[in-house]
Design a protein. Structure first.
Ligand SMILES: Cc1ncc(COP(=O)(O)O)c(C=O)c1O
Length: 422
């Protein structure tokens, strides 16, 4: 394993939630792709900040306000640096969903205003999504299509769950204006060739929106080399708090993008009829910012950075490969997506013949194993694969091989418990 037993123990000691018991069993937390656990040092720093350093940023003339502003700016720089970005290109939002909506609503606004920019769509223009998108990177584009008369085109995956550059190219036409895709599928765990797809789409003049929710914490991501104009991700999947996420954009895209939310803190001049706006990121962050959340998120990022995101990603992928192989040996278990010829993160979804995923989840929970069940906000993908729902196991920096043993033993017991396959 990438982490020695000693290093794993040190990492796990940072996560108090791992000591929680579920009934009679120790918690085996295998739901990091939904929301990751929080390191103590980040929560403590955030809480200490809230208790002793809270103040209004960018406003007060007093010492605490100046210190809070500096800490907030530092937090943005840390989080931006983690994904290879300049701080001014990173807009704080509530979560990745809101990040994508900021872009999709800007497209609606630009299209309604007319004119021509990369954000302006006309009836018959095309928005390309992929068959494996999370609802967060699908429904906002449906809203754009409804509002503008644009058409959604869907890039197909193979039955094995692979999305190729050619598959995306195959649905692009000279009317393609937007390409929205994931960096990593939250259901299949397969890494998408997002850079190649993004570069091809941008070369064809499309605006590229990358959903990097499952990539930012689980691979070394350089947003400036991602092929995208915009990249969205959420803190709560990166060992950070809920309530904060980010939208990275190229300088050019952020300059042209119209605002959809407006108010205080984003202006240089205000009259009764009109106002002038600050450049990004302030342009897109009206109102009082998410101060303590940014502080907490930055500390989580520092924590991950000290371990090394490449090392933790390699650790998780290794666990994922072991889990994949062991689940594949269990009678009646079908894994979604191939492991041949693809790069995967530490995430495996599967079905169990004759047992509904909710029952699988409850049975696993009775053994202390926390997993995600349902459609994982990817209903169309499940339908494409001929199922309604699945069970998902996902790893984080704190996950261990011993936890795989517990999970696999539990999964192996599901069918007999429910009287199937006897
Ligand atoms: C691939 C992907 N995109 C988008 C989201 C939405 O993230 P959030 O709910 O933090 O906005 C998720 C989280 O489930 C995800 O896994």
């Amino acid at each position: 394993m990438v982490f020695s037993a000693a290093e794993s123990s040190r990492i796990r000691a940072e996560f108090p939630e791992l000591d929680v018991r579920v009934g009679d069993n120790p918690l085996v937390y295998l739901d990091t792709a939904a929301t990751s656990l929080r390191p103590r040092r980040a929560v403590e720093l955030e809480s200490d900040f809230a208790l002793t350093k809270t103040a209004a940023v960018y406003r007060g003339a007093h010492t605490l306000a100046a210190e809070a502003t500096e800490a907030y700016d530092d937090a943005r720089a840390t989080i931006a640096g983690f994904v290879g970005a300049a701080p001014n290109n990173l807009v704080f939002t509530s979560n990745a969903t809101e990040s994508i909506n900021l872009v999709s609503l800007a497209v609606q606004r630009a299209s309604a205003a007319g004119g021509s920019s990369r954000f302006t769509l006309a009836p018959g223009d095309e928005i390309v999504v992929t068959e494996l998108e999370h609802h967060a990177n699908l429904i906002p584009w449906q809203e754009v299509a409804h509002a503008t008369g644009a058409v959604i085109r869907v890039a197909p995956i193979t039955d094995d769950g692979i999305l190729t550059v050619d598959a995306v190219r195959g649905v692009m036409t000279d009317r393609t204006r937007i390409v929205a895709l994931s960096a990593v599928s939250n259901v299949l765990g397969i890494v998408i060739p997002f850079r190649e797809i993004g570069l091809a789409a941008r070369a064809a003049g499309a605006l590229v929106v990358l959903d990097a929710c499952q990539a930012a914490p689980h691979m070394k991501l350089d947003v400036t080399d991602s092929g995208a104009d915009f990249v969205a991700f959420s803190a709560h999947k990166m060992y950070g708090p809920t309530g904060i996420g980010a939208l990275w954009g190229t300088t050019e895209a952020l300059k042209v993008m119209p605002v959809v939310l407006s108010g205080g803190s984003m202006i240089t001049r205000v009259d009764y009829e009109s106002s002038d706006y600050l450049p990004a990121p302030a342009k897109f962050e009206p109102g009082t910012p998410r101060l303590t959340q940014a502080i907490g998120w930055a500390e989580s990022v520092r924590f991950l950075d000290e371990i090394g995101v490449e090392r933790s990603a390699a650790h998780e992928s290794e666990l994922g490969a072991i889990l994949y192989a062991r689940l594949a040996e269990i009678d009646g278990v079908t894994i979604l997506g191939t492991n041949a010829g693809v790069e995967r993160v530490g995430l495996v979804s599967f079905t169990v013949d004759g047992v509904h995923p909710h029952d699988v989840g409850q049975f696993l929970d009775s053994k202390g194993v926390a997993v995600r069940v349902g459609h994982h906000c990817a209903q169309p993908l499940h339908k494409r694969l001929g199922i309604d729902s699945s069970t998902r196991i996902s790893f984080g920096v704190y996950s261990t091989k011993a936890e795989i043993d517990v999970a696999v033993e539990a999964v192996a017991g599901v069918r007999s418990f429910f009287g199937e396959g006897a």
